[in-house]
Design a protein around this ligand. Structure first.
Ligand code: NAP
Length: 537
């Protein structure tokens, strides 16, 4: 059995960044095992029409390479899926990473052998490897939900699961297309598919608050400015609660609650600037914790929907009536405007669910529809799903899925009591924020933990249950300070596992903001990892 110092699962943003860190620390040999045939992770699989980032390009990137920052030019404010994939491929080539990646290989199991202090890994290719450090970079949104509808096999048309889109172009010209799901994925798919399709029928269960993205192409001057400001903007990113840099300044609703005109001006400006930065982070600072603030923003969006969508009934169906941010709001590229096209129809399945897929289309309780193409944009078994799908077992033979079956416990979202020498990038209870920024911090922290072990002659490091419980308490306390306890479960939010039938409902993120999270991580490392037990060599 080939033995590695570290095995990393996944070659997306997290895996590539981890490989770079391990190499910088002289940890060798290292291998990444990747299900896809190339690097990219979520950006490899999610090739659906309209796929692009909802974070701005200058936040959604690697910070580790000054050369890459100098050389790479972002074409648009929000990068398309193929741009991100090219970017990750360029990084992988520049640092000759592919030689350490085994593609087309899924990890089936990882069992810890206490006698050798090694993880033993088996793969879909039938390989068996051992390693000292097991590092998951499977990503929080990588296990797409399979269409749960009976009758799918009988469908005579084409169907696609957005999160597993084939690597080929799909022509919708002249076709009758159904899109099921109106989360961030559906919201990106619908306008693009409507360009050529004969008809688009959107099946909506819960409406979302869709914020206008306001994309624009990057001019050489703007790109030059971004390159000059990278260091400063990364510092800002690390100090902003959600990991979005270059915010323009914001207000508390409570300070302006008696001035309706000023409130409107603030929200109108945010709406025009667009994106999370313009409309969420730079409007009312307290909308995530103060229900009055949240209500004011929701009402503003509902008015916008009614102003944009001409058909009154469709506009009302598109209006959410729950607190904004209870679900992750999508960014739209002319989403609401798309419903003004005569060949685009909205069907609410909230009280009349899809019963089955038929040979010709689909059927709700009361109606039958015929389609040539069905697109399922029904989301992910988020955060814990992809990890639980691997048979990961610690020294007691308890699996990770069993350990998390009633409640999720981690230390800082990175390690789990009972699973020594295992690290998770973007694990449960890490912050809800721009993912590459969290990845950068986590990878750096894992590097510090491994260095600590090497310096102190330790063969294993494992979070204590006490420290994990304390982190869980911190996570729950942060959650309880937001508007989420009121509504996240009710609206099927994946933040709490409520979007997957049968999944344990639990808080899956730290909602206390990145700066306090970064401090907690650094304090733990600086204090010599007091929340961990270790075994000397
Ligand atoms: P999602 O937000 O979970 O949305 C899934 C949609 O499918 C929801 O509208 C859901 O309705 C609907 N649905 C589920 N089961 C259904 C059923 N049986 N019948 C009808 N509708 C059903 O998933 P997603 O859109 O893939 O997005 C997940 C996350 O991925 C996003 O929140 C975001 O963080 C990330 N993402 C990011 C980007 C980006 O940054 N550009 C793009 C796409 C996705 P309910 O709401 O009622 O459950």
């Amino acid at each position: 059995m080939v033995d590695y110092a570290a095995i990393v699962i996944g070659a997306g943003f997290g895996g590539l960044r981890m490989l770079y860190e391990l190499r910088s620390l002289g940890i060798s040999p290292v291998k990444i095992l990747e299900t896809g045939s190339d690097v990219g992770g979520t950006w490899y699989w999610n090739r659906y029409p309209g796929a692009r980032t909802d974070s701005e390009c200058f936040d959604y990137m690697f910070n580790f390479s000054d050369e890459l920052k100098k050389e790479w030019n972002w074409p648009e404010r929000y990068s398309t899926q193929d741009t991100v994939l090219r970017y990750l491929g360029t990084a992988a080539d520049k640092y000759d990473m592919r030689k350490d990646i085994q593609f087309d290989t899924s990890v089936k199991s990882a069992h810890y052998n206490e006698a050798t202090n090694k993880w033993v890994i088996t793969t879909s290719q039938g390989d068996e490897y051992s390693c000292t450090f097991l590092i998951s970079a499977v990503g929080p949104l990588s296990l797409g939900r399979k269409p749960p509808f009976p009758g799918l096999d009988s469908f005579r048309g084409e169907w696609y699961q957005a999160s597993q889109w084939p690597n080929k172009s799909v022509d919708f010209t002249g076709k009758r297309v159904a899109v099921i799901g109106t989360g961030a994925t559906g919201v990106q798919v619908i306008p693009v598919v409507s360009h050529n399709a004969k008809s688009v029928t959107v099946f909506q269960q819960t409406p979302n608050y869709v914020i206008p993205a306001r994309n624009y192409p990057m001019t050489p001057e703007r790109m030059h400015e971004i390159k000059r400001g990278y260091d400063e903007s990364w510092q800002k990113v690390r100090t902003q609660a959600w990991g979005a840099g270059n915010t323009w300044g914001h207000f508390n609703y409570s300070d302006v609650k008696d001035d309706k005109e000023l409130q409107h001006k603030i929200l109108e400006r945010g709406w025009e600037l667009g994106g999370f930065r313009g409309f969420i982070f730079d409007t009312f600072n307290d909308m995530f914790s103060d229900m009055d603030s949240n209500d004011a923003v929701c009402e503003f969006i509902r008015q916008k929907i009614h102003a944009i969508v001409k058909d009154e009934k469709t506009a009302e169906l598109l209006c959410p009536h729950y607190p904004l941010l209870s679900k992750r709001p999508p960014l739209g590229h002319f989403y609401y405007e798309t419903f003004n096209k005569s060949h685009v129809k909205l069907v609410s399945v909230r009280d009349n669910p899809i019963k089955e897929i038929t040979p010709a289309g689909l059927r709700t309780n009361t109606d039958e529809y015929e389609f040539d193409v069905i697109i399922f944009a029904i989301g992910f078994d988020a955060v814990t799903g992809a990890l639980n799908a691997i048979d990961i077992r610690g020294p007691t033979n308890q699996s990770l899925a069993e350990a998390w079956s009633t409640k999720v416990d981690t230390m800082l979202g990175i390690t789990v009591a009972g699973f020594p020498n295992m690290f998770i990038i973007s694990g449960p209870h890490s912050p809800f924020a721009t993912i590459p920024v969290i990845i950068d911090n986590t990878v750096n922290w894992i590097g510090q933990a491994i260095t600590h072990m090497q310096k102190n002659g330790l063969k294993s490091l494992e979070a204590t249950p006490k420290a994990s419980d304390a982190w869980r308490e911190t996570v729950l306390a942060a959650f309880n300070k937001t508007i989420l306890p009121v509504s996240a479960e009710k609206v099927n939010s994946w933040y709490v596992g409520a979007n997957v039938p049968g999944k344990t409902h639990d808080v899956l993120f730290y909602f206390g903001g990145m700066p306090s999270y970064f401090s907690a991580c650094q304090d733990e490392a600086d204090a010599g990892f007091p929340g961990f037990k270790s075994v000397p060599l």
